[in-house]
Design a binder for this molecule. Structure first.
Ligand code: S3P
Length: 429
């Protein structure tokens, strides 16, 4: 990433109302790119996410012989992937690294996956057992981190695995490897994962949800496909949070993925007192899409734990921001996984709130925020984490002073034009 940029954000300090279309969903975009690379032929992806993370997936599959031309991805297919002549660089993107590790486990290649400093610190050991059960060899650093060297196995061995964390990335990695087996495989985990891969596999005839937590994967070829990506609820969440903070402010976001594993944050906002209206307008590959409107009104503290914490995991820094503008204490529990994100998000969230005059405290598996109804502003450090950079900007919504974000360029990982969208929202009447 380029050198650190300071950005000063002044909130609107008044109500606003706008309809804003957010970029395509990041999770679904990674899946579309990697599945298009596995398929032989031309796939197209409409409304692919625009951030650096999905660009990392596109660059990675280029090393596997995929030609990318705008929305067209032409692949030789997994059986004809060339041996990459360099390690595959996954940048800052954990989803690229973990899903690609799964896809590679069903190829006949040996390939090494590397990432930037933050990705090189993130836990990868969780991939080893599931992918080895399929017959792949997985080598990691001694710390259980990247570089990851995968020696694929084609066909893979059918396997039944049960993992101890509710990780969509690990489940998806396994599914992408297991579809290359000669028999049926299953993966089970605790609940709380986003089930995009499960829904897509079911819609494409590659698998079936056996029960809420178990996916059965059939052997088969991933087909070349025309993917349409809905808007990213994790991007829309920043705008929803800003509207929730100011009484009478409203944002309407059309064409958003409403996958239940992604919209826990809306339930949190509603419990805190915001008005949330959602309308399902259709479905793409089994994933519901629709319009969400959030209107601000008086906020109160809440507790976010268990399945709700899992279904709002990427939005928990925003929960801390909204909680600062609420009355009473908010607790986020059962969210130790936050420590394994692009930054240690328990530490970076608590530091963000405290730097802005709020009252936050780290807990072992989450954090606690004392809602005082306002923030002062100040300087925060994004810590190379896109969600912290953007949450810091949202904290400026009703702050009494400006918020300076050191390292604001991190926002480009998921939403390069975030600050422009926020400006458009805040200048609306
Ligand atoms: C993702 C799954 C989640 C999420 C991440 C994207 C995905 O991570 O936090 O931002 O696209 O599958 P885990 O699988 O580690 O829970």
């Amino acid at each position: 990433m380029s050198s650190s940029v300071d950005r000063i954000v002044n909130g609107p300090g008044r109500a606003f109302a706008a309809g804003i279309e957010v970029p395509g969903d990041k999770s679904l975009s990674h899946r579309a790119v990697i599945m298009a690379a596995m398929a032989e032929g031309v796939s197209t992806v409409e409304r692919l996410a625009t951030g650096a993370d999905v660009t990392a997936s596109l660059n990675a599959v280029r090393q596997l012989g995929v030609e990318v031309d705008g929305p067209r991805l032409k692949s030789p297919g997994i059986d004809a992937w060339p041996i990459p002549d360099m390690p595959i660089d996954c940048g800052n993107s954990g989803t690229t690294m973990r899903l690609l590790a799964g896809a590679l486990s069903g190829s006949s290649l040996e390939a090494t996956l590397v990432g930037d400093e933050s990705l090189s610190r993130r836990p990868m050991r969780r991939l080893v057992e599931p992918l080895q059960a399929l017959g792949a060899t997985v080598n990691l650093s001694e710390q259980g981190t990247a570089p990851i060297t995968i020696t694929g196995c084609s066909p893979t061995r059918a396997a039944d695995v049960d993992i101890s964390i509710a990780s969509a990335q690990v489940r998806s990695a396994f599914a992408l490897g297991a579809v290359r087996a000669e028999g049926e495989s299953t993966i089970a985990s605790p609940p709380g994962f986003r089930d995009h891969t499960e829904r897509w596999f079911e819609a494409m005839g590659l698998g079936r949800k056996e029960d809420a937590n178990t996916l059965r994967i059939y052997p088969g070829e991933v087909p070349a496909y025309h993917y349409v990506i809905p808007g990213d609820p994790s991007s829309a969440a920043f705008l929803w949070a800003s509207a929730a903070i100011i009484e009478g402010a409203q944002v309407v976001t059309p064409n958003i993925s409403l996958n239940p594993g992604r919209i826990g944050f809306l339930e949190v906002l509603e419990t805190m007192g915001a008005t949330v209206a959602g309308e399902v307008t259709g479905a793409i590959l089994g994933d519901p899409i629709g319009t969400v409107a959030v209107t601000g009104s008086g906020l109160r503290g809440t507790t976010v734990s268990g399945a709700l914490a899992a279904a709002s995991i990427d939005e928990l820094p925003l929960v801390a921001v909204v909680a600062s503008y609420a009355e009473g204490t908010t607790r986020v529990l059962d969210a130790a996984e936050l420590r394994a994100k692009e930054s240690d998000r328990i530490a970076s969230t608590v530091a963000m709130i405290n730097s802005l005059g709020g009252g936050a405290q780290a807990l072992e598996d989450g954090f606690e925020v004392l809602g005082i109804g306002w923030l002062e502003g100040g300087t925060i450090r994004a810590e190379g984490d896109h969600r912290i950079a953007m949450a810091g900007a949202i904290a400026a919504t009703a702050a009494t002073g400006p918020v300076t974000i050191a390292g604001a360029e991190a926002a480009a990982v998921s939403w390069p034009r975030f600050f422009e969208a926020l400006e458009a929202l805040w200048s609306s009447q």
